[in-house]
Design a protein around this ligand. Structure first.
Ligand code: GLU
Length: 549
């Protein structure tokens, strides 16, 4: 074991003792059963929807237990860090209203960025070194590669353990010589000699588990030639979650295999172990099976995908809750969002993310909103993603509100034509004069597929416009169309027309479709009378005249 003076000389002289931090971050005073949870994003420039999933669970469990939820930015891997990544997280959490209870601006247990916690990690690394529970390792990259090559050649588990751990039992002289040379080193955890072969632990989701003990002398403090000197995930997890007084670690399933190491670290540091809940990852259906939603392959893995498409946050949160606890998918949105998520009801198999299902949920949700709410939400979305739509909404607010109300307000089954805010333009854009391209006449390519001769279209449309009555009553309104269709020779029914197609320019169906195309630019639209009422007399007339050419 190295002398204490040698160890201490490796650290700042004014580095506090563990006691200092223990006092600085006292046990939290919270009601019995209150959960302190945290979400630990790494700022890599990509916010995975799985992050929203896990932080929803974190926040929900703490909130319903009267506890605390915070975000701790895990920025110790500075090579992976991307500028602007933190802003991305802030925007995503904002969108989903997943605000932490504590942060650097308001919180007693910070800093909430690992890169600002260097002195804390150093204190505990020094302590483990002093106690002989950790050691300096000067192994070079080449030596490590050689070790693992030789292990592979003899089919041994790869890693830095036992006799392969060349610095584990190095003499003080060898260490002193390396230090004198100024050779860089890492600090490694020394796996205790008396480690039992297997370990047991309880996962809040999976119940009692057993695994092989950790044998690797894992790095806890990264290379001494970098500044700041940062911990590895494992060491930071133990130190931070202890001092930040977390009492439930909710994290991705990929960490479950690290629990044996984490148990060893907690024991070596003299910390109370913290219960874990390992969340199964979100999956994607692929031909013949499923796989994890992949950042590289699946656009829907990123939170931005949902925000850009304009899925309402509550619809997504509802969907994610249903994935976490199946029974919550069976109850209405408001009830599901208010019902606590239960860890013991989280699945062990990763749930499938099904965008079609999400769209259905979202359409159902949007159908429950008032026209005002839809307008506001579309407007907020357009502020970020569609400047032209935003301008149209602002300039034609009343028209837009009337349009959104069509077959929505005062009806039993509101239209479900919006699954996300980016659908708005296609579904409602034509209502807004500034977004509608008027027809150029009977030869406009939106008109010709109806197969009605141009001169008939013109005469019929002109007549319609000349006598147009902008009446409230739908029946009366439609009678104008019917009468003029008859006058211009259209068959009274598609059947009659089919029987004798040469005798007519089309049927009442084509005659109505001409009006539909005139008013909406498309052969599919809501009710024609409702459209005319939303457009108003003047705009309706203008569009009928444009059909005439
Ligand atoms: N930064 C870790 C990650 O990105 C956090 C894991 C944890 O929550 O402990 O997976």
């Amino acid at each position: 074991m190295l002398e204490r003076a040698v160890i201490d000389a490796l650290f700042p002289a004014d580095l506090p003792e563990p006691q200092h931090w223990e006092q600085r971050y006292p046990a939290r005073r919270l009601p019995e059963g209150a959960k302190v949870t945290r979400f630990g994003p790494s700022p890599t420039g990509f916010v995975h929807v799985g992050g929203v999933y896990v932080s929803t669970i974190d926040k929900d469990v703490s909130g319903h237990s009267g506890g605390v939820y915070f975000v701790r930015v895990e920025d110790t891997d500075q090579s992976r860090e991307v500028e602007g990544a933190l802003g991305q997280f802030a925007r995503a959490f904002d969108y989903f209203d997943l605000h932490p209870d504590e942060s650097d601006a308001a919180g007693e247990y910070g800093p909430y960025h690992q890169s600002a916690r260097e002195r804390i990690y150093l204190t505990y690394a020094r302590e483990l070194l002093r106690e002989g529970k950790a050691y300096l390792c000067f192994a070079t990259k080449e030596e490590l590669a050689d070790i693992s090559a030789r292990q592979q050649a003899t089919k041994l588990p790869t890693g830095y353990y036992g006799t392969w751990a060349i610095w584990r039992d190095a003499g003080a002289d060898a260490v002193a010589a390396k230090l004198a040379e100024g050779a860089p080193y890492v600090v490694r955890f020394r796996v205790p000699e008396d480690t039992a072969p297997r370990v047991r632990f309880t996962d809040e989701i999976r119940g009692a588990l057993e695994a092989e003990a950790n044998r690797n002398d894992t790095v806890i403090l990264k290379s001494s030639d970098t500044s700041p000197r940062l911990p590895t995930y494992h060491f930071a997890h133990a130190v931070d979650d202890h001092l930040m007084r977390v009492n439930l670690v909710v994290r991705g399933e990929e960490w479950i295999s690290s629990v044996p190491l984490h148990q060893q670290l907690f024991a070596a540091l003299g910390f109370e172990p913290i219960p874990y809940a390992h969340i199964a990852p979100l999956m994607k259906q692929i031909p013949g099976g499923k796989r994890k939603l992949s950042k590289r392959k699946d656009p829907e893995a990123g939170v931005d995908f949902y925000i850009e498409a304009g899925f309402p946050a509550r619809a997504i949160l509802y969907y994610l809750r249903g994935l976490a606890n199946g029974r919550l998918a069976e109850v209405p949105l408001d009830e599901a969002l208010a019902t606590p998520i239960r860890l013991d009801q989280c699945g062990v198999a990763g749930p499938l993310v099904d965008l079609v299902k999400l769209e259905d949920i979202s359409a159902d949700h949007i159908a429950t909103l008032t026209s005002e709410q839809v307008f506001e939400a579309v407007r907020v979305w357009a502020e970020q993603f569609d400047a032209e739509l935003l301008a149209a909404l602002d300039a034609q607010r009343d028209e837009a509100l009337r349009a959104i109300a069509v077959e929505r307000e005062g009806v039993e089954n509101p239209r479900k034509d919006l699954r996300k805010w980016s659908d708005f333009r296609a579904a409602y854009g034509f209502f807004l004069p500034s977004l509608f391209t008027p027809l150029t006449g009977p030869t406009d390519e939106r008109v010709t597929p109806l197969g009605v001769a141009a001169d008939v279209v013109t005469a019929y449309a002109r007549d319609l416009a000349d006598g147009y009555q902008h009446v409230d009553d739908a029946q009366e309104w439609f009678n104008q169309v019917r009468e003029l269709a008859a006058k211009h020779g259209f068959a009274g029914s598609p059947k009659d027309y089919k029987k004798n197609p040469d005798a007519y320019p089309g049927s009442i169906r084509e005659a109505s479709q001409l009006v539909r195309v005139a008013l909406s630019g498309s052969t599919r639209s809501p009710d024609l009378h409702a459209i005319s009422q939303a457009l108003g007399a003047e705009e309706t007339l203008r569009r009928l005249r444009a059909l005439a050419g």
